[in-house]
Design a protein around this ligand. Sequence first.
Ligand SMILES: [Zn+2]
Length: 547
Amino acid sequence: MNRFLFIALVSLVVAVPWTHAAQRRPDEKAGLAAIDKAGLEAALRTLSSDEFEGRFPASPGESRTIEYLSREFARVGAMPGNGSSYIQDVPMLKIANDRKGELAFSGGKAPLALSYGDDFIGFTSQFKERVIVQDSETVFVGFGIVAPEYGWDDYRGLDVRGKTVVMLVNDPGFYNPKLFRGRNMTYYGRWSYKFAEAGRQGAAAAIVIHETEPASYGWEVVRNSWSRPIFRLDADAGADNAGRCEMEAWITLPAAQRLFSAAGRDLDLLRKAARTKGFTPQVLPLRMSIAFGNTLSRAVSHNVIGRVPGADRADECVIYNAHWDHFGKDDQLSGDKIYNGAMDNASGTAALIELAAAFVRLGAPPRRSVLFIAVTGEEQGLLGSTYYVAHPVVPLAKTVAVINMDSMNIFGRMKDVQVTGYGLSDLDDYARAAALRQGRYLTPEAHPERGGFFRSDHFPFILAGIPALNAASGVNHRQRGEEWGRQQREEYGRRNYHKPSDEYSPDWDLSGMLEDIRLYFSIGYRLSMGSTFPRFKKKSPYKDIQR
Ligand SMILES: [Zn+2]
């Protein structure tokens, strides 16, 4: 059906239940009871099915996804969240690399040519058809970090304009607990920072050396995530694509070893030197050249927003957020070509529908409005949530809090609830109280060195000054214990994270996911019935941001 006609029709239908219910008190138990396994399972299966083609932005898979989500929001009785529509347009630039370039280094002991895919993955965030870098001087810049607050400057005394900078992944704290925040990765450890900093320094190209442990994922993840067409927000959404390097790239560790030996340098020694304060960047006797083409287009992707209107504080909102997008399909893959993204993040998206249903079933509106936002472009660098924050449907000053869901638990009920960025805001106290009611306890995330805090859609909200909770089941399984839980999670990650094999299975134990959805419901319900705004804790680096 025509989307707009359809939405207009369902808006008429869903407006009805509230008129009779407006005088009643919301019934939290009825809300909780609405969260059920059959509904969750159906949404999971649908969203991660091959028909949805891996939910790539601006693809037929996206059309199916956003139609399905609009229809589901309507079916459960949530109102359109963006005026009279469930849809928020997110204009994007699409840059599809021809995946052909060869990364060549000359001037060393012997010429070196690295091949696309096996040795390196290169791409550009600039909106241009042809990337050409010729004979660019090559410099090893340690971690590629400029962090005055940690007394660190890997670019000290260096002019890298037009040059190629080669750098390590993560931050020095990964190796030395006295540096930065130790094993708690800082934003400086993320590739997104490193590429942006290299751009600010004027480098022509930025190359990150991949290492499985400090990256926290294997080469295949880099390859799968970056060899697909990439999306960037258009300049009107505050994106500075022109200020980026001509080429951004990753190389494998073995390729880096070849590169450094061509330069007559010992990579291991330099890696160690880079972990010490006062490290001096090293100019390598190599000149880098690369050329590749891009197919460019402008595309409009979409966030899908459902809303349950509030009663006396309807102008304020609590947000549930989850990204619907994943990596689509890749016809060049042998075997399974579809990135179904079942755990990542059909699970969180399916949970949004259950939560919307739960708030409708309260039978009377909560005091504050509740938004259910399925954002696009998370896998492309948190694009949909970044866009939303720049174009909110409820002013940020009236946005009470965000609860983000990304990659939910499929292993059964866990006693622990892990919070990424634990200790940042009052939301931890809300979460702790709700967890306690389920006989569970709160812990910090198990692997802060993986930088999870910067890797999902709560982060743009936090940067905008809004407390945002990103929690998940831990690993302490109620029957099988912690070791088992940890193993399951690590193994699923290793085997399936950002791979076509992240598929739905009827063997999944959804009891833990359901328990988490009920936990998030209780947290959001309390927020929606309150009148205060949760705040960042005094020690939080985000406490002074004005929303
Ligand atoms: Zn992902």
